[in-house]
Design a protein around this ligand. Structure first.
Ligand SMILES: Nc1ncnc2c1ncn2[C@@H]1O[C@H](COP(=O)(O)OP(=O)(O)O)[C@@H](O)[C@H]1O
Ligand SMILES: [Mg+2]
Length: 467
């Protein structure tokens, strides 16, 4: 998984935020519940203290001390309802103390007495060692000449249990909810990012050779659809400018061909004149050389512009590449012989390919031309054609000096010539390999140039075999 993808980052952010919100919400709920439970208990306890003070204590002079206990047990049943009731009078003497509650949540005798007599009503939380704390409301009162302190309390165990339960369900629910949210986010993001993925895949396929293709546009009307539309408009503009440049190069080279051919012929005709002055002949001779060079450049440019315009594969016929290699090698044998180079062609079986016969012949011509040009006299060139793993492989190996490592990555650039020093006295415009590459690519194939050990160059063309 790509941790830098928008999908991953958004889900991460969203899950992080969700956990934070849930933690804050859980914490807030816990706090509020704690607060309300306490308020509720406190209100009940205060009510009891008041009831005792108003209903029971005024009867003490008439009915005696025992009446307090009887009446409290009858009306409030503190043991059953898990309450503590403690009444002291006249400076701390115990008037009544309730019994141990049925739930054993505290022992009444263990609840520490108040230090000093309180002046007004208040509620406190009394910690008990080894047990839940108890909440106690205290009400001091003077009734019929006696000073009473009434305390009514209840254990916080029950409300603590409620709070603990809430905490537990929050803790258990958090990972489940987060997991669900991440899963939901993943599914949603995957669906949302699908058009982007489609655009990436389509954009990767668009090259200079198929600028007429366009990116998919979703009909969602969202930002992604808008982006595809804008990118498509940009590709259309690029296509138009590219076509413009190609057309211009094609027109320019086409227009230049005729006058150059005329100059070429005229110069040759003039040079045939035997009465020509020596100096003039020399000058015209070098002029002719330059014109020949110019013709070659213009021819190369014209060929490239046609390839750029998508004519690298105008016909689609099935033929034997091995046979084509043999006949081409035979035709170029003379060139090799001039330099006493041994040119051999090795083919063992027919290797059928499908494509443009004359363009693929051009590939072999350009590569053989390079091999012959850059291999010194009495060198060796071997051409082999074979099929390997379902593709056709054409290799041209020479015994020349090879190419410097720094030049290797640039060989297919237009007008690039490696090692200027040694290329200078060899004719060429640096367009041959660009043409080869264009044709190979248009046929769904590849071309690679590498150095041989100990010396020499190897040009390897790979083409898909005919089905
Ligand atoms: N067989 C080879 N041996 C050595 N160098 C080569 C060979 N083939 C190509 N090169 C280098 O690659 C450069 C580009 O080749 P190419 O495009 O055919 O241009 P050109 O042949 O017109 O110089 C050449 O200038 C040359 O430096
Ligand atoms: Mg060349």
């Amino acid at each position: 998984m790509n941790t830098r993808s928008i999908r991953f980052r958004l889900i991460g952010l969203y899950a992080g935020l969700l956990v934070l919100v849930m933690l804050l919400f859980g914490g807030y709920m816990h706090m509020q519940l704690d607060h309300f439970l306490r308020l509720l208990l406190q209100a009940k306890l205060e009510l009891r203290t008041q009831q005792i003070v108003h209903d029971i204590l005024p009867e003490v002079p008439k009915r005696g001390e025992a009446f307090v206990g009887e009446e409290i047990e009858k009306r409030f049943a503190p043991e059953i309802s898990d309450r503590l009731v403690r009444i002291t009078w006249d400076g701390g003497k115990m008037l009544y103390l309730s019994g141990a509650p049925n739930e054993r949540s505290f022992v009444p005798e263990e609840v520490p007495p108040l230090g000093a007599s309180p002046v007004q009503a208040f509620t406190r939380e009394q910690a008990l060692p080894g047990r839940s704390a108890i909440l106690i409301s205290t009400l001091p009162a003077s009734v019929a000449g006696h000073d009473y302190v009434v305390e009514v309390g209840t254990s916080l165990a029950a409300s603590n249990n409620v709070l603990r339960g809430l905490l537990l369900s929050l803790t258990a629910g958090l990972p489940v909810l987060t997991g669900l949210a991440i899963f939901g986010g993943y599914v949603l993001m995957k669906r949302a990012m699908k058009p982007v993925q489609d655009i990436i895949v389509s954009a990767q396929d668009i090259t200079l050779h198929n600028l007429s293709r366009r990116l998919p546009v979703t009909d969602t009307g969202d930002e992604i659809a808008e982006m595809s539309k804008v990118l498509n408009q940009m590709i259309a503009r690029l296509d138009e400018s590219f076509q413009h440049v190609t057309r211009f190069t094609a027109d320019a080279s086409h227009e230049l061909r005729t006058p150059l051919t005329v100059i070429h012929c005229e110069l040759e005709a003039i040079l045939r004149n035997p009465k020509l002055d020596v100096d003039l002949r020399e000058a015209l001779g070098s002029l002719l050389d330059e014109v020949v060079r110019l013709v070659r450049i213009v021819e190369g440019l014209f060929a490239l512009s046609k390839l750029d315009a998508g004519q690298a594969r105008s016909e689609r016929v099935r033929f034997d590449l091995a046979k084509l290699a043999e006949t081409t090698a035979e035709q170029m044998c003379l060139l090799a012989e001039v330099k006493h180079i041994a040119l051999t062609c090795e083919t063992h079986e027919p290797v059928e390919v499908e494509g443009d016969h004359s363009r693929l012949k051009q590939v072999i011509v350009n590569l053989l031309d390079n091999a012959i040009k850059y291999t010194p006299e009495r060198g060796k060139i071997s051409l082999t054609v074979r099929s390997e793993n379902g593709s056709a492989l054409l290799e041209i190996a020479d015994s020349g000096p090879g190419v410097s490592e720094s030049a290797l990555p640039h060989l297919f650039k237009r007008f690039y010539r490696a090692d200027e020093a040694h290329s200078r006295d060899v004719e060429g415009a640096g367009l041959g390999l660009s043409i080869v590459e264009s044709i190979c690519t248009a046929h769904g194939g590849t071309i690679a140039i590498s150095n041989r050990i100990p010396t020499g160059c190897l040009a390897a063309v790979q083409l898909p075999r005919a089905k």
